[in-house]
Design a protein around this ligand. Structure first.
Ligand code: SF4
Length: 345
């Protein structure tokens, strides 16, 4: 079956129904620029072509299984079910100041097993397809349209390691940035990685305008390995070489999740400043969304602020992030983990 993201197959259907190119432009605009319904898109086609389009193309490849809206801020967590019955998560963020954003998943589960992550406790099931990645954005756009909003920022920070699903993730980036389709600026897209050097190099060479975010979380090799087993495969020195090369294309975002007594001590601060010295990076200090099944605790806010101020005094650009959607378990993997537990009792 063909999805609405399969442009070659849709061109074949267009051609066999002799639909004029300007009608196809209206069809694409209805779907991607105006976030219209399937009926809105079909309505712009000649009547005699609609039946073939309708029976040949799948409009949505993910089923929205649940929606949880935060009562404390503008976050909505969406749980989608794939055609083969797996659950994935996306989070729509509506910050008071700033653009409507979506955090999307790139895999079902994850093979990286980071100790602080609910998805990491599930293990890996499979990669998402390009259509499944894009459908999270399309469905979110249709959801926020009645609010007068459009998704302006996309971050790959949901379930999965995007650079272990490079082919489908990179194809989805082409689609997102295509002026005829989603028409998102590259600077509005961020791909976050635990640090897979070869894939990071391919990514920055292919998409110099798209933001790369490294989930560093510690600049001490031993601490980092305990937090992120994948760090054993790609040690910090190798990742630093990649950061140096990537910085030729612009600033790299550094994600630093703050865990009490793990990576927020004086020696962690020193290791971090030594590691990043001389690199054009922007550091995001992230609060930890605690979840049952993990004994880790987040660094309290006053200490996070102090850590941020020390980094600023050392000359780094720093943003202290605040948690959104804490009442809806918005951190990656938390709700799906709850649902899987519910299903197994
Ligand atoms: S933090 Fe990201 S890379 Fe690590 S286990 Fe979770 S989803 Fe995978």
């Amino acid at each position: 079956m063909i999805t609405i993201y399969d442009t070659d197959a849709i061109e074949d259907i267009r051609s066999r129904n002799a639909v004029q190119p300007h009608r196809m432009k209206l069809f694409r605009n209805a779907l991607f620029k105006n976030s219209g319904s399937w009926n809105d898109a079909l309505a712009v086609l000649p009547e005699e072509a609609r039946g073939d389009f309708e029976k040949s193309i799948i409009f949505q490849c993910l089923e929205l299984a649940e929606r949880h809206d935060s009562e404390v801020d503008g976050a909505s967590k969406l749980i989608f079910k794939t055609h083969d019955g797996h659950l994935i998560e996306s989070v729509v963020l509506r910050p008071k100041t700033g653009r409507t954003s979506i955090c999307i998943s790139s895999q079902v589960g994850c093979a990286c097993y980071c100790s602080f992550c609910a998805t990491g406790k599930m293990g890996f099931t499979r990669n998402l397809t390009m259509a499944e990645i894009l459908d999270q954005v399309s469905q979110a756009n249709r959801m926020v349209k009645p609010e007068g909003r459009t998704i302006r920022n996309v971050v790959f920070m949901g379930m999965g390691e995007p650079l272990l699903n490079t082919e489908q993730v990179l194809r989805s980036l082409d689609f997102m940035m295509d002026p005829k389709l989603f028409d998102l600026a590259g600077s509005r897209i961020t791909v976050s990685t635990v640090g897979i050097p070869e894939a990071m190099e391919l990514f920055t060479q292919t998409y110099p305008n798209v933001h790369l975010a490294l989930s560093l979380h510690s600049a001490d090799q031993e601490v980092r390995q305990r937090m992120m087993p994948q760090a054993r495969v790609f040690p910090l020195e190798r990742i630093r070489e990649t950061l140096v090369a990537a910085s030729a294309h612009g600033r790299v975002m550094i994600e630093y999740l703050m865990l009490a007594g793990v990576n927020d001590r004086d020696q962690d601060f020193q290791a971090l400043t030594d590691y990043l010295k001389g690199l054009p990076v922007h550091i995001n200090l992230i609060p930890y969304n605690e979840f049952s099944g993990s004994s880790l605790r987040g660094t309290p806010q006053p200490e996070r602020e102090q850590f941020a101020n020390r980094l600023k005094a050392a000359g780094f650009d720093v943003t202290l992030r605040y948690s959104m959607g804490s009442d809806i378990a918005a951190a990656c993997g938390q709700l799906v983990q709850h649902k899987q537990k519910d299903a197994s009792v």
